[in-house]
Design a binder for this molecule. Structure first.
Ligand SMILES: *[C@@H]1O[C@H](CO)[C@@H](O)[C@H](O)[C@H]1NC(C)=O
Length: 947
């Protein structure tokens, strides 16, 4: 939900949110020009960097290098740390050598201290040092004056750091006009990182050591003028007790013209240059009626940028949770390179190049360079740092029915029955904020939901689930136990003056629990135990909305930046982490209520790097418009590239009411996106699938059934993502990295590596242009089984029932084709294998099966991971991972081979048994061979030969 409620319209601050037309009210949100640090950072122009690396201060240990940098204007020393990490990664940290107070370093996002590799100095002269970074063949040339770093592989320049001299590190300082140095709120509380001692010069240098130099506390006049110590936006004043604290750094990427990532923005997959406009903004915000195709911030942030060309993919992961802006410009390599570096250039000075500049309001510079070289390597590298996608419970990958609101228990029962009456499968019904007693989360409205346990039990009997909303704003009400406990334990976020921070949200005046506090998170998690959350049952799961956090009367609809968290950290330092922690604590609660046995399902609107470990996200409050449906594809692809695979958009659009055509098309799009949920605003007309006439109902039913038939493939692909970090939904270039045609495509995508989807996203469409990639490959239309050669752009005529989906020749996709009322009801159902032959007559595929809901697959290896391959006219089933042991009651009822000739006979062979003949049917026009009733258990080893 966005910050709009009719009942609150009278409240003056809500007037801010009620834009007259359907469009974001841009004036509610800052431009770079209105964000003083962004403006200050951007006012630093390319040129010779004022920073000098003091090469004589270099200290090398086995796995790291430390070195001082000094700003030659203000003489403030910085400490640069460089780590070679295993698996072709490099980490660079820049902090003040001795800050007045500790600066925030992002906790809890990295899953471990990344393992390091060796570093060695390979050479040095008076102004540079050459380092070798482990066994990867990468080296780094560090130039002293002006400071820059160039990362090479062999003689190839991969990327440069500070090449345009935009490093700008605002050191902590005392306010000039204050009589005494201000006492810091951090004093005594902050996580006590030890301050590095000054690094002594290695040689008896004639250079002055930094220590002897006068550190100037003279703030730039420009900084004083630009809101360094106080900043007002609209009616809100940010007190900025710590003054200017921003950090910025630039990178150049020679040879790269395509960059991606840094979600969340409602924009194309390929990032555009930001020259002449605002940078992409990363600041988790509740944006009412967001606009498309612009760099404005949205609900979540992942500060990972990917660059791709035909030779290499790389990533820049900027680990900073403060408000961040990213500028992207295109350039020509060579212009910015020193003559000295030209030796390392490939070719002349005309290499296209992308320049990237990161600017964050506080914290330190902590950046990971993910050097690929393949897309799969970058995904592996990034998820080694931040974790892979949690394996969802199977039901969560099925279809979800939501609206704001299902009004009462009768309404829930009627909708639930409606799916059965209309023979449409669904797994989960959702309850939005109105189910609570006056927006008090963890409670039920006593009139509308008097018997929640009965309701949940009724759903459980049909093997269905429910999701209820639990938001992180807590009604300030002395009669509300949750509020009283949080307050008495001191768990609320505090104002700068130390009182409990209160903002306005759905319940009225609300407190915001400090989710950055591990004790608070542990308490929050305990609230989900069955005895704490009244009437909750095993089939009740959770949705965290409004966790940017949304504060209706706060600056930019969020929390004051000078609000204080545990340890005395300002909200400014960690804003983008708040939602991550809410989802983390909630997921831990669901896990704990089952004694750690059951996998949680939690949907979150806000997110940060690493949120993939805790559940699903969706693209927030979109609208029932064709463009909003279309943009859901690049929005989820961007998230997938940055680790968060479990993504979807509200099917049908949240605001406004879709007509039947848009609704049908959106069901078709959603059926092929990882998280499949319909949702709608309170003021929209009802839109359950059967309310649009028989014909549309049948079309929606068909789309949802396609989803259910493919659940084995979705689940297997999620398992692969969990294991290896590869995205579930993929841009084409990930699988076809040297096909330039794919680099800007974002109206079609792949699921895993076997299915290519080009949903219809144009109103009144008669056809779509589908690009089929892969030189010498073939693709099969999954509906007609027609074969197409690649690469080609295929014009595909469409009607209202069409969802253009293609299976790659060379792949095997498992399906379950019996129609049931929910995914749980399909547990024992037999499989059909779709074997799509490559031009060489081969194919491969996998299937993962477990109980679908516990951690036993991890803790007890209770799973089946099967591998299927077709070669030399023989289809073979064997284990892909012999560690897994699990008994499935399911068997194989059919094998459909696409692109096959007609055999004389077909034989099934199982170890220790006599060969048996199988019935088959061959269609010569489509070359489809269907083998009937192999009847083998899905866990068995067998082979089928065509003779
Ligand atoms: C590291 O990079 C090199 C060169 O690009 C590549 O050959 C090697 O496979 C990579 N290693 C890993 C572990 O990704």
């Amino acid at each position: 939900m966005a910050s709009e409620r009719l009942g609150m319209a009278a409240l003056t601050w809500m007037a801010l949110c009620l834009a007259a037309a359907f469009a974001v009210d841009r004036s509610n949100f800052k431009t770079c020009e209105q964000s003083s640090f962004c403006k200050r950072q951007r006012s630093v122009k390319p040129g010779s960097s004022p920073y000098r690396a003091l090469l004589e201060s270099l200290q090398l240990s086995q796995d790291s290098m430390k070195l001082q940098l000094v700003n030659e204007v203000n003489k403030v020393p910085l400490l640069l740390e460089l780590y070679g990490l295993q698996g072709n990664m490099t980490r660079i940290k820049i902090n003040e050598l001795s800050p007045l107070r500790p600066r925030y370093e992002v906790p809890d996002v990295l899953v471990r201290d990344p393992p390091t590799t060796w570093l060695a100095v390979m050479g040095r002269d008076e102004n540079s040092v050459e380092l070798s970074l482990g066994d990867s063949g990468h080296k780094l040339i560090l130039t002293g004056k002006p400071f820059r770093m160039d990362l090479l592989q062999g003689r190839e320049l991969v990327l440069s750091i500070n090449p345009r001299g935009l490093l700008h590190f605002e050191h902590l300082r005392h306010r000039k006009d204050s009589e005494e140095p201000k006492e810091s709120a951090l004093e005594g509380g902050a996580a006590g990182e030890e301050t590095e001692p000054a690094v002594p010069g290695e040689q008896e240098s004639s250079e002055k050591s930094t220590k002897s130099e006068e550190v100037s506390d003279e703030p730039d006049r420009a900084e004083e003028e630009l809101g360094s110590w106080e900043e007002t936006f609209k009616t809100h004043t940010d007190s900025k007790p710590n003054g200017p604290t921003s950090v910025g750094l630039d990178f150049s990427l020679p040879g790269f013209e395509h960059v991606y990532g840094i979600p969340e923005h409602a924009d194309n997959l390929r990032l555009r240059t930001t020259e002449g406009g605002d940078p992409y903004r990363l600041y988790n915000l509740d944006v009412f009626q967001y606009e498309l195709y612009n760099p404005m911030a949205l609900y979540g942030s992942v500060p990972l940028l990917l660059a791709h060309n035909t030779q290499r993919t790389l990533g820049i992961f900027w680990l900073n949770a403060a408000e961040t802006w990213v500028d992207i410009s295109s350039n020509t390599a060579g212009k910015t390179l020193f003559g000295k570096m030209l030796d390392y250039m490939q070719g002349g000075g005309e290499t296209p190049q992308t320049d990237v500049r990161w600017m964050s309001e506080s914290g330190i510079i902590d950046v990971f360079l993910l050097l690929g070289p393949a897309p799969t390597d970058v995904f592996r590298q990034y998820t080694a740092l931040t974790g892979t996608q949690a394996l969802p419970p199977l039901f969560a990958v099925a279809y979800h029915q939501s609206r704001w609101n299902y009004n009462d228990e009768e309404d829930v029962a009627a909708v639930d029955d409606g799916f059965d009456t209309n023979d449409i499968p669904y797994d989960v019904i959702w309850l939005d904020i109105e189910h609570t007693d006056g927006k008090r989360y963890f409670t039920w409205d006593p009139n509308k939901f008097p018997q929640p346990r009965n309701m949940l039990g009724r759903l459980a009997a049909k093997r269905r689930k429910m999701v209820s909303i639990v938001d992180p704003h807590i009604k300030v009400d002395s009669g509300y136990r949750v509020h009283n406990e949080i307050r008495s334990r001191g768990f609320y976020v505090k104002t700068k003056d130390g009182s409990d921070y209160e903002g306005w949200c759905w319940p009225g005046s609300s407190g915001y629990p400090d989710f950055t506090n591990p004790e608070m998170r542990a308490w929050w998690a305990s609230m989900f135990s069955y005895d704490q959350y009244e009437a909750s049952m095993e089939n009740l799961y959770i949705w965290n909305d409004m966790n940017e956090p949304s504060v209706f009367n706060g600056p930019e609809v969020t929390m004051y930046k000078d609000a204080l968290h545990q340890g005395g950290w300002e909200h400014r330092d960690l804003h983008n982490l708040y939602g991550f922690y809410v989802q983390m604590a909630t997921a831990q609660g669901l896990e704990q209520r089952s004694g750690g046995l059951e996998r949680p399902f939690v949907l979150s609107r806000a997110f940060f790097a690493g949120s993939q470990r805790y559940g699903a996200v969706w693209t927030g409050d979109n609208a029932a418009e064709w463009d909003h449906m279309k943009i859901s594809i690049p929005m989820c692809l961007s998230l997938a590239l940055t680790g968060i695979s479990f993504c979807g958009a509200d099917v049908g659009g949240f605001f406004k009411s879709p007509d039947a055509e848009l609704l049908v098309r959106w069901y078709q799009v959603g059926a092929y996106q990882p998280f499949y949920r319909t949702h709608a605003h309170l003021d929209t007309v009802r839109r359950e699938p059967w309310l649009f006439g028989e014909e549309n109902k049948a079309l929606i039913r068909a789309a949802i059934r396609q989803r259910y038939a493919l659940l084995p493939y979705w689940y297997t692909t999620f398992y692969h993502s969990y294991r290896s970090g590869q995205p579930v939904m993929r841009p084409l270039w990930v699988e076809y990295p040297d096909d330039v045609t794919t680099f800007s495509i974002d109206d079609q995508f792949l699921i895993g590596n076997a299915l290519l989807v080009h949903p219809v996203t144009e109103q009144g469409a008669h056809g779509v242009q589908v690009y089929l990639p892969g030189k010498g490959q073939v693709w099969y239309d999954v509906h007609s089984h027609q074969k197409h050669h690649a690469p080609q752009t295929l014009y595909v005529p469409v009607i209202l029932s069409s969802i253009p989906v293609y299976q790659r020749g060379g792949s095997i996709v498992p399906r379950k084709e019996r129609v049931r009322r929910s995914s749980d009801c399909m547990y024992r159902d037999p499989y059909t294998l779709y074997v799509a032959l490559s031009p060489q007559g081969t194919a491969e595929g996998e299937l993962f099966i477990d109980d679908g809901h516990t951690y036993n697959f991890e803790s007890k290896a209770q799973y089946l991971h099967r591998h299927f391959s077709f070669a030399s006219n023989t289809l073979t089933a064997r284990s892909a991972d012999s560690k897994g042991i699990f008994e499935s009651p399911a068997w194989i009822e059919r094998v459909v081979i696409l692109g096959a000739g007609k055999p004389a006979a077909v034989f099934l062979r199982q170890p220790g048994m006599a060969e048996t003949r199988l019935d088959f049917q061959h269609e010569p026009e489509t070359s489809v061979l269907t083998l009937r009733k192999p009847g083998v258990n899905i866990g068995a080893d067998w082979s089928i030969s065509l003779r």
